[in-house]
Design a protein around this ligand. Structure first.
Ligand code: UP5
Ligand code: MG
Length: 197
């Protein structure tokens, strides 16, 4: 029987530290990190992509790309990883699912094909999120690390993504970590979650 991908969804506000902590989880627990945002940014920059303009518009506006586009990229990345090494079936899916369209798309296409172990939720205030992204914006070159985009990103997080986290919470699937501390402090909490799971 084909090996089923085991997935941890990693969610939290913009700049909560999802990418930073995922890198550390990869080093310690052998997961493969798939950032939906990174995959979309790569697709936006790919020569000949028919979705480049749409993706860039969504990223700047802090709105969410239609699930068919994001899911195709995630699916391809998972398949490629497992084709190279079938034992690599543990995935951190970072920054997805962000809204109802994302969640329903996942359930429609991946329900039964992948197992969602739990949702890792990095929780911190909007102020911390904004400060971190503004600081990063000095050198990141990201078109959404500016105050105008950040206000929209936070709004989308609160109205579209937080309800997804809440719905997983009702199912008892959310592992919440306080993300306001230093990187090492946050990782100490993350480690406890993965050791327990
Ligand atoms: N930093 C990290 N941890 C720190 C700590 N504990 N203390 C102090 N500083 C800390 O960290 C952000 C910055 O903070 C870095 O400079 C870091 O050094 C520092 P990072 O780890 O990058 O945080 P992360 O949560 O990954 O922030 P990111 O900006 O990537 O989050 P977003 O969720 O906003 O961005 P993402 O790339 O996931 O999505 C971007 C856009 O793509 C979305 O707005 C949307 O338009 C689109 N998108 C979709 O449409 N669909 C998707 O499924 C995914 C994305
Ligand atoms: Mg990120």
């Amino acid at each position: 029987m084909a090996v089923v991908p085991e997935v941890v969804f990693v969610l939290g506000g913009p700049g909560a530290g999802k990418g930073t902590q995922c890198e550390k989880i990869v080093e310690t627990f052998g997961y493969t990190h798939l950032s939906a945002g990174d995959l979309l940014r790569a697709e936006r920059s790919r020569k000949g992509s028919e979705f480049g303009t749409l993706i860039e518009k969504c990223i700047r506006d802090g709105s969410i790309v239609p699930v068919e586009i994001t899911l195709a990229l995630l699916k391809k990345a998972m398949e490629e990883t497992m084709a190279k090494d079938p034992s690599k079936n543990l995935f951190l899916i970072d920054g997805f699912p962000r809204n109802k369209d994302n969640l329903e798309g996942w359930q429609r296409h991946m329900g039964g094909k992948a197992h969602v172990k739990f949702v890792l939720f990095f929780d911190c205030s909007n102020e911390v999120c904004i400060d971190r992204c503004m600081e990063r914006g000095k050198s990141s070159g990201r078109s959404d690390d500016n105050r105008e985009s950040l206000i929209k990103r936070i709004e989308t997080y609160l109205t579209s993504t937080k309800p997804i986290i809440d719905s997983y919470s009702v199912e008892g699937k959310v592992q919440r970590v306080d993300a306001a501390g230093a990187v090492a402090e946050v990782f100490a909490e993350v480690k406890k979650v993965f050791e327990k799971k």
